[in-house]
Design a protein around this ligand. Structure first.
Ligand SMILES: Nc1ncnc2c1ncn2[C@@H]1O[C@H](COP(=O)(O)OP(=O)(O)OP(=O)(O)O)[C@@H](O)[C@H]1O
Ligand SMILES: [Mg+2]
Length: 342
């Protein structure tokens, strides 16, 4: 079973969308959950009641939604379909000192609709892995196959471009917005690249961007839509970048430290908006981060990279959280745990 915190957060996000939990309670709930990392569901719900954050009726509704969430998560687990399968993928770079292997034969299965965290210290190969999977970089050898049975290494560069444009969305540490385009046009860009009709581009961009805006920003929507990137804060720019990554309904979102340059609360806001939208659209998210608490909050499965290899894979549970914490505090891992595709 997944960590209670994870389940409760998913259900709270849904409740927020449905509008039956007020915004001020959401803030209180998030603060409380941060202090109750490994608590069970009943304990958390009791605290909500004791602290009068939620009424009895609201708690009953939350319990019902938790049951629903577990049922659908169980079904999802039963029908686990592979989206990507990587086998023995290598990547080297030539350096003045000789050949450097950034990836040393990594193998991994990635499943439909999952939220996968890729963790590891700086220089361990996380971005290289993400960029290879996202077809931004080519591997030297090994095979990587997608859900349609496409062997990536057989694709022409035109086919790679097409696939990347249509099926993938990217968010990086810096927002990489085009400075001469308005917020709305930045978001519409993936649709324009696919030569979609003008009306579809603007309408779809407006609808998805609105989902990433706060209530106050929505009050003067047009002003927000028409502003240029240099008129936005870092968090606003990342929310625009997240909307751009989703506007063309991609199958996969590759997020490489999307909140790495933001403060805690702004990062949280970007992540909430991203994962809420991703859950609704049933997008697979591959999320590279240094931030283990964020990974535990949002992700279902973790892979840990070290020196160009996957050293461990875990699914979300309180015990596995401890494994993860040990890794993040730098404790040596057992070689026996080296991952192979499941
Ligand atoms: N173009 C390149 N030429 C030579 N070495 C490279 C090149 N790109 C990456 N590397 C090396 O490959 C290794 C993996 O890099 P990568 O960017 O994947 O690390 P990372 O885990 O994403 O690190 P960070 O957390 O700092 O972003 C690093 O040691 C890096 O120096
Ligand atoms: Mg990186």
């Amino acid at each position: 079973m997944k960590n209670s915190l994870f389940e409760i957060r998913q259900v709270i996000m849904k409740a927020r969308k449905q509008g039956w939990i007020p915004e001020e309670s959401i803030g209180k709930i998030n603060r409380m959950l941060r202090t109750m990392e490994n608590a069970g569901v009943p304990e958390v719900l009791t605290r909500f009641q004791e602290e009068k954050i939620l009424s009895e009726g609201e708690i009953q509704l939350l319990e019902a939604q938790l049951r629903q969430y577990r049922d659908s998560a169980q079904k999802k687990g039963v029908i686990k379909k592979k989206l990507f399968s990587l086998r023995d993928v290598y990547k080297h770079y030539k350096t003045p000192e000789g050949t450097f292997y950034a990836l040393k034969g990594i193998s991994l299965n990635i499943y439909y609709g999952e939220i996968l965290a890729v963790l590891g210290f700086s220089g361990s190969g996380k971005s290289t892995f993400l960029n290879i999977l996202g077809l931004l970089v080519t591997a030297d050898q090994g095979s990587y196959i997608d859900y349609k049975g496409t062997r990536y290494q057989d694709l022409s560069s035109k086919e790679r471009d097409e696939m990347r444009k249509k099926e993938f969305g990217f968010i990086f540490q810096e927002s990489h917005l085009f400075s001469h385009l308005s917020a709305l046009e930045n978001v519409a860009l993936p649709l324009r690249l696919q030569k979609k009709p003008n009306k579809e581009c603007t309408e779809k961009a407006a609808s998805i961007l609105s989902r990433f805006m706060t209530k106050d920003e929505l009050k003067s929507k047009k002003v927000f839509f028409n502003k240029k990137p240099n008129q936005f804060s870092g968090g606003q720019k990342q929310r625009i970048a997240a909307a751009r990554a989703m506007v063309h309904s991609p199958k996969v979102i590759f997020a490489d430290e999307p909140t790495g340059s933001l403060d805690y609360d702004t990062g949280q806001m970007v992540m909430d908006a991203l994962f809420e939208a991703a859950a609704e659209e049933k997008v697979t998210v591959i999320f590279v981060t240094h931030n283990h608490s964020q990974a535990r909050q949002y992700c279902e499965r973790f892979v840990w990279m070290e020196g160009g290899e996957f050293k461990n894979q875990v699914v979300h549970s309180p015990e596995n959280t401890m494994v993860l914490v040990k890794q993040l505090t730098g404790k040596e891992l057992s070689k026996k745990k080296r991952s192979r595709p499941s």
